[in-house]
Design a protein around this ligand. Structure first.
Ligand SMILES: *Cc1c(COP(=O)(O)O)cnc(C)c1O
Length: 378
């Protein structure tokens, strides 16, 4: 085992590849044969490690992978030369040659970008796949559907570039409510129709993310872009799919302290022992992506017992009150996020931290080692 891959830290994300595969197959079954699935593995696979999960996703029903940035796409390319990868974000012109060189699919939202990509493709004699982004109201990226004439003219110019393959066109829902979704969808299909009249068609039209894929089957079109769902996050409201949380975040106790009633813990002594207590020091902190505002709200689970995180959460460590755990000992496992009994789920962590589930998992930083579990092999 090389030093790079060696397990040298107890603070780990355990990724259950069997559950991941099951989730992916469930999504594929839900959308059926005629709709393709694009598995979103941006932000290092929402904290699960994009490279470590790509194969499981592709072998269990994903047709496409997507990331936000070029560097994320190149990470996947280092391991997988052939998987289709879409960059959904902006790639600056000065880095665009990598897109051509590594056969990556690029999102395009202006003729200028398309021209840069086309001339690089001409130089290397390789055609490039692109997906056109349409802004139907979200106002993040895309050509405006509210100016259909200009948008259609611009896409016609892009379509005339000989080295670009216009494989896809997409938009993104703001998920405000059913009425707004319908408006955005209508804006999107209006542009697709106008382009059709100009003989510009696309193999892949797509607008649905995880929530839309479950709650609004009418917007699945040719492909759904699923992120949260593949990791087992149930963000949907109307529909239902029994996906399961893929990650367990765990560590083990570094040290135990017996402290006297009234003694303080961590910066500013913000927590003071209400009685004689046993305090466990745990080797994870906000630099591992744990929300700092979970002080006095979050908990770890030791031997099936909920142990509250007490005092200010430090960069690399935090403390938990383990007084109630019988025979508690140093080196004992503590579950940070899990979905077993008495364990804090991602969903609960998100609610307690006042944010959403994607934020909780994607903020887990690179120094947390990922362990991939498949069958009984760990
Ligand atoms: C991140 C992202 C998705 C996936 O979103 P989930 O809610 O995690 O399914 C889909 N489409 C775009 C454009 C994205 O940026």
């Amino acid at each position: 085992m090389s030093l790079n891959n060696e397990i040298v830290r107890d603070t780990q994300i355990v990724v259950d590849l069997d559950k991941l595969g099951e989730n992916m197959r469930m999504i594929k079954d839900m959308v059926g044969k005629n709709v393709r699935t694009l598995a979103v593995v941006k932000a290092n696979g929402y904290g699960h490690g994009a490279v470590g999960i790509a194969k499981t996703l592709m072998e269990n029903g994903a047709d496409y992978l997507s990331v936000a940035t070029l560097s994320e796409a190149l990470d996947i390319r280092r391991k997988h030369a052939d998987y289709p990868v879409l960059i959904m974000g902006h790639t600056p012109d000065k880095y665009m040659h990598h897109v051509v060189e590594h056969n990556i699919t690029q999102t395009i939202f202006s003729y200028e970008q398309a021209e840069v990509l086309n001339s690089l493709a001409e130089k290397s004699g390789k055609k490039v796949n692109v997906h056109i982004k349409i802004d139907t109201g979200f106002h993040r990226l895309g050509l405006l559907s509210s100016q259909p004439t200009e948008t259609v003219e611009e896409i016609k110019k892009i379509a005339s570039l000989p080295m670009l393959i216009l494989e896809g066109i997409f938009s993104h829902l703001a998920l405000v409510n059913a009425e707004e979704n319908e408006k955005q969808y209508a804006e999107f299909t209006k542009i697709i129709k106008l382009l059709e009249e100009e003989n510009i068609t696309f193999e892949l039209c797509h607008i649905a993310d995880s929530i839309a894929a479950v709650d609004y089957p009418q917007y699945r079109m040719d492909m759904v872009r699923v992120g949260a769902l593949i990791y087992g996050m149930r963000g949907f409201h109307v529909g239902f799919l029994p996906v399961n949380q893929v990650m367990t975040f765990k560590t083990s106790i570094s040290q135990l302290h017996n402290i006297k009633k009234g003694e303080g813990v961590s910066y500013d002594y913000l927590w003071k022992a209400p009685e004689d207590s046993i305090i466990a020091t745990l080797p994870f902190g906000y630099a591992d992506g744990y929300p700092r505002n979970l002080r006095d709200k979050g908990y770890v689970t030791i031997d099936g017992i909920k142990c509250p995180i007490i005092g200010v959460i430090c960069m690399d460590q935090c403390m938990a009150d383990v007084t109630k755990v019988p025979n508690v000992h140093e080196g004992q496992e503590a579950v940070i996020y899990g979905d077993g009994e008495n364990q804090m789920t991602i969903s609960e962590a998100a609610a307690l931290a006042g944010t959403n589930k994607n934020d909780i998992i994607s903020r887990i930083t690179a120094r947390v080692q990922k362990i991939y579990k498949k069958g009984d092999i760990k």
